[in-house]
Design a protein around this ligand. Structure first.
Ligand code: SF4
Length: 228
């Protein structure tokens, strides 16, 4: 595993759990608006796995959960081993994923190494290439969506990036995840983006995100706007 960050405390990233966030280095997507650009381009100092595990061991009585995020965690070698060690310490695990590797996603869920899955739905399926900055096998994305819809604990989320998401697009996304228990529409923050030109794009006003929410609520069980 290649680790590039550790946020020692959060009460907002894992619903209902006092957690920490562990960031992995590297991603198979190149979303131009990505705000973890140093993790994606791998221009960041690596943190030793031993240091992460020793932190988790020390905090296991204070923290309930570990959020594992990237980059894309599931492209890493050794994520099963790492997750087994984290679960042995008694943590609940939330996995953030772009949904491009359903085989690995299913594996970690079946092995009960992950308790909560958060998948980004980047765009309507036919616009994935534009949203992700590379050619994407959208069959894999759809496979992940269908699998996650059958889980107990999960969320889908979409970052409302102007030029990628509009009303029609939001409707298509919500229809594709129809019946989802939780869907978050996230505000786009134009800073530290992978493609610097996205820093010149203004975020949507919050009112627009509330309009998107109204559209999505026709299809999903629960939708909220996140301004993070
Ligand atoms: S936003 Fe895109 S490029 Fe950035 S980490 Fe997520 S999937 Fe990778």
């Amino acid at each position: 595993m290649k680790f590039g960050g550790l946020e020692k405390f959060t009460v907002t990233d894992y619903p209902g759990k006092i957690s920490c966030i562990v960031f992995t280095i590297g991603c198979n997507f190149r979303c131009p608006y990505c705000q973890n650009s140093q993790l994606v381009t791998e221009e960041i100092d690596e943190i030793n796995e031993k240091d992460i595990l020793s932190f988790l061991e020390k905090r296991k009585d204070q923290l309930e959960g570990v959020v594992l995020t990237g980059g894309e965690v599931l492209i890493q070698n050794g994520f099963i081993d790492f997750l087994e060690k984290v679960k042995e310490m008694g943590y609940d695990v939330k996995l953030d994923t772009n949904g491009s590797i359903p085989y690995s996603l299913k594996k970690v869920v079946r092995k009960e190494l992950v308790d909560y899955v958060a998948m980004d739905v980047k765009a309507p399926i036919h616009q994935y290439e534009k949203a992700c900055g590379i050619e994407v096998n959208t069959d894999k994305i759809e496979e992940s969506i269908d699998y996650i819809l059958g889980l107990d604990s999960y969320e889908f989320r979409t970052t409302a990036v102007p030029s990628i998401i509009d009303e029609e697009g939001m409707k298509e996304i919500a229809k594709r995840i129809e019946g989802a228990k939780k869907f978050f529409i996230q505000q786009f923050q134009p800073r530290n983006t992978l493609d610097r030109r996205y820093e010149d794009i203004d975020s949507f006003p919050m009112k627009k995100l509330e309009d998107f929410k109204e559209i999505a609520e026709e299809y999903v069980q629960n939708c909220e706007v996140r301004n993070v």
